[in-house]
Design a protein around this ligand. Structure first.
Ligand code: ATP
Ligand code: MG
Length: 489
């Protein structure tokens, strides 16, 4: 990849008509761009002819712009730009200067290519070229659009985005698979990786904190698959979640009190159901005096406390060495004198160490889990510990879970795209070898409006949580009416 980190000049036959580049990034580059149809000058063409001004071909009037032609032109121009320009020098220039230079080059190119562009289209073309050069090409506008939360690419011709919890297809596409692969490698090179057939899977993170997963051929059967969870700039704190009716104020108050009183909590939900968002929102209620350690694959959490140590796992390098897993980090965290450990997502062998931590003085630790109900979340934990291959009986695994986890917050994304806290359940202990749980609040779905909007309401189940007694010892009082099912929430 002729990435933004390298500065090189490649002389290919169709580049032969280009003059020697000046020492600075763009200064003095004068290009003659040969349209597809015109014969290429021979490689030995004298350099002088290259500097000749572009023939002033008037754009054919009334000729409708073909997206295909534009896309093609952009990619070709971009290739020439990255091959010719000293990009590392370019990056040091102020943005308006780069823009001015690119504008000149593009105007010249547009003239030669006979592309009929008006002023606005020309400006768009310039910014798309700039996006290609210094950013992530067709992805840039999507990354800048604050209404988009996820970008999902299934091969170079198929892009979906999620807006307001609903997926929609876009007409955005890449020129070809190579174009998409080039952008993918630009993303993953930032984390020192490369994807190709021998390393087809990769997790990465964009500069703004967005999370990226890539799967290319042969794993991606029809071409590269890219999934981007955009870093959300608008923060959804607990009061905001109440505002958007993800839960009721009474439920929020109980959750905030539980976090303050160091009740160990698991946040459970499906993909994109808002687990990380909820974990972030709840973490705001942890005392500023506590030392927190966060462990994630890609750091997404934004804890507001002053005393936070953030750790990220590391995948193995190209030789398959140097991997640092969540389990290593949880173990290590225990040597770092944390008051609480916040595990971005518990999904394997680290579950055991996390429960150990919760049982040994790190109460109030939190983690998220992929599961569909609170009971399911507990079962998943059990399976994860089972997978760690420790010589433990089912009864002792369950005992460990029942001692460690006190609260499960269940989230789900409804069919209309809205995220809701569908259940808050308490783990009350072990009877025989069955983990006892009781639901405190739930969301009751009552129907669906003709436009697809889900109808329903939140409800207390009538169960008073056992941890209320613990809250009282911490000086936190919750009105009993919150748990009365006859009182509307
Ligand atoms: N209650 C909500 N209302 C509207 N948008 C929300 C809500 N909760 C979360 N979101 C948005 O939904 C997207 C997914 O949220 P989040 O990253 O928290 O999900 P997740 O369950 O952690 O996903 P994953 O399983 O991929 O880790 C984010 O863009 C977030 O801003
Ligand atoms: Mg998440």
């Amino acid at each position: 990849m002729a990435g933004r980190f390298t500065a090189r000049r490649v002389t290919t036959p169709d580049m032969a008509a280009i003059d020697e580049p000046p020492p600075s990034a763009l200064e003095g580059i004068a290009w003659t761009v040969f349209p597809d149809a015109s014969p290429e000058p021979p490689p030995s063409a004298p350099a002088a002819s290259a500097a000749a001004p572009a023939p002033a071909a008037p754009p054919p009037s009334g000729n409708p712009l073909l997206t295909e032609k534009l896309l093609d032109a952009k990619v070709r121009l971009h290739r020439r730009l990255i091959e010719e320009i000293n990009l590392s020098a370019l990056e040091k220039l102020p943005e308006d200067e780069i823009r001015r230079h690119v504008q000149q080059l593009v105007s010249q190119y547009v003239l030669v290519e006979r592309l009929a562009l008006n002023a606005q289209e020309l400006a768009e073309f310039v910014s798309e070229i700039l996006d290609e050069m210094t950013g992530l090409g067709p992805l840039e506008p999507l990354l800048k659009d604050p209404t988009i939360s996820d970008i999902l690419i299934n091969g170079h011709e198929c892009v979906y985005v999620e807006r307001g919890g609903v997926l929609e297809p876009l007409s955005v596409r890449f020129k070809d698979e190579q174009h998409l692969l080039r952008i993918i490698n630009k993303i993953v090179s930032a984390v020192g990786r490369r994807v190709d057939e021998s390393h087809p899977l990769c997790d990465a993170r964009l500069l703004d904190g967005s999370r990226v997963n890539v799967a290319v051929r042969p794993i991606g059967v029809d071409g590269p698959l890219v999934s981007i969870r955009k870093f959300s700039k608008k923060k959804l704190d607990l009061s905001k979640l109440v505002e958007v009716n993800a839960l009721r104020p009474q439920m929020a108050e109980v959750l905030a009190a539980a976090v303050r009183a160091r009740i160990s909590t698991i946040i459970s939900g499906g993909t994109g159901s808002g687990k990380t968002t909820m974990l972030n929102a709840l973490s705001a209620f942890i005392s500023e005096k506590e030392r927190l350690l966060t462990i994630e694959d890609a750091a997404e959490l934004q804890l507001q406390q002053p005393h936070v140590g953030r750790m990220e796992t590391r995948p193995p390098n190209i030789e398959g060495k140097g991997e640092i897993r969540q389990r290593d980090l949880v173990k290590n965290a225990l040597r770092m004198r944390p008051d609480r450990i916040i595990l971005g997502e518990c999904r394997g062998e680290e579950a055991f160490d996390m429960l150990q931590a919760m049982n040994t003085g790190h109460e109030g630790s939190m983690a998220t889990i992929h599961a569909n109900t609170p009971r399911d979340a507990i079962t998943r934990l059990e399976q994860m510990i089972g997978m760690a291959g420790l010589p433990m009986t089912v009864a002792s695994i369950r005992g460990q879970i029942a001692n460690a986890v006190q609260l499960v917050v269940q989230l789900s994304r409804q069919s209309d795209g809205k995220r809701k806290v569908t259940s808050i359940a308490e783990v009350t202990g072990l009877e025989g070898d069955i983990i006892q749980m009781q639901e405190i609040f739930k969301y009751v779905r009552t129907g669906t409006k003709p436009d697809g909007t889900v109808e329903g309401h939140f409800q207390a189940t009538g169960v008073r949580p056992r941890f209320l007694a613990h809250l009282v010892t911490q000086g936190i009082k919750i009105p009993g009416s919150y748990f009365d099912p006859s009182q509307p929430l």
